[in-house]
Design a binder for this molecule. Sequence first.
Ligand SMILES: C[S@@+](CC[C@H](N)C(=O)[O-])C[C@H]1O[C@@H](n2cnc3c(N)ncnc32)[C@H](O)[C@@H]1O
Length: 282
Amino acid sequence: MVPSLSSKEFYLFQKYIEEQCGICIGQDKAYLIESRLSKLLVDSGLPSFEALYQKIRTGRDKSIAEKVVDAITTNETLWFRDKIPWQTMEDLFLPKYIKDLREGKKSEIKIWSAACSTGQEPYSTAMFIDHYLQSNNIKDIRLSQFKILATDISSTVLEVAKMGKYDSISIMRGLHETYKTDYFKNEGRVWHLSENIKAAVQFKQFNLQSSFLFLGKFDMIFCRYVMIYFSDIFKKEVLSKIASALNPGGVMFIGSSELFNDYKENFHMKQHKTGVYYEVKG
Ligand SMILES: C[S@@+](CC[C@H](N)C(=O)[O-])C[C@H]1O[C@@H](n2cnc3c(N)ncnc32)[C@H](O)[C@@H]1O
């Protein structure tokens, strides 16, 4: 039988998780820690959550520490999530980026998917750009002129993302038939993403708690459905670091159901059709 999580153990893990990844778990969500770490506790053969905590704290077993972060983070994602990024890309940003590339104002366009989970977000971006170029018969601009960086704290989701292989359930979630036909081949129940789309995305493990300085500057940053799990202080820090990582005129997308007031210091909220995006100030 799995031992239950005491209040003391809850506080130990709560503090540890916030330190490691910025995720803030209130006492009303103690069950989350208990349910998500139970399997890990059983697999480890340790007698209690406190023993598991002590093992992680020694820092000698990095894999168990990673497993805790993996178990706690929510990796829910799907293809072409929300309408606004794709609508604004089609109506506003891709025409602008293509003009800038043609006029030599930019040599490349840099896009960052800052909590990419299993890859659906950056791969949707790459497929969308490729599809746009082809359907508008644009031959002088190539997908390779768009550099897409995709990062996540979890090495486990990044391994899945890098493989570019998806099962029939995840392939159904949000993917239009045209994209499925044009960019995937199936072998039994496994769907393989085409090599040119895989090659357009570079994956890296990255914790949003780290400095963004060495990543360089971006024209577009997706930071969706991750800040909702952070404390207000950390959310504010991430928003300010994102603003500093954007080129002038650069834009950020957050999830359409996320609503923060803290953006006002660094961003203008812009309405486009039924949604909003955030343009960096300055
Ligand atoms: C719910 S998924 C969102 C995926 C994608 N952005 C989307 O909207 O479909 C959140 C992701 O954030 C990652 N994450 C959580 N804390 C993080 C941190 N501190 N740094 C980087 N990634 C983090 C998780 O591992 C998870 O894959």
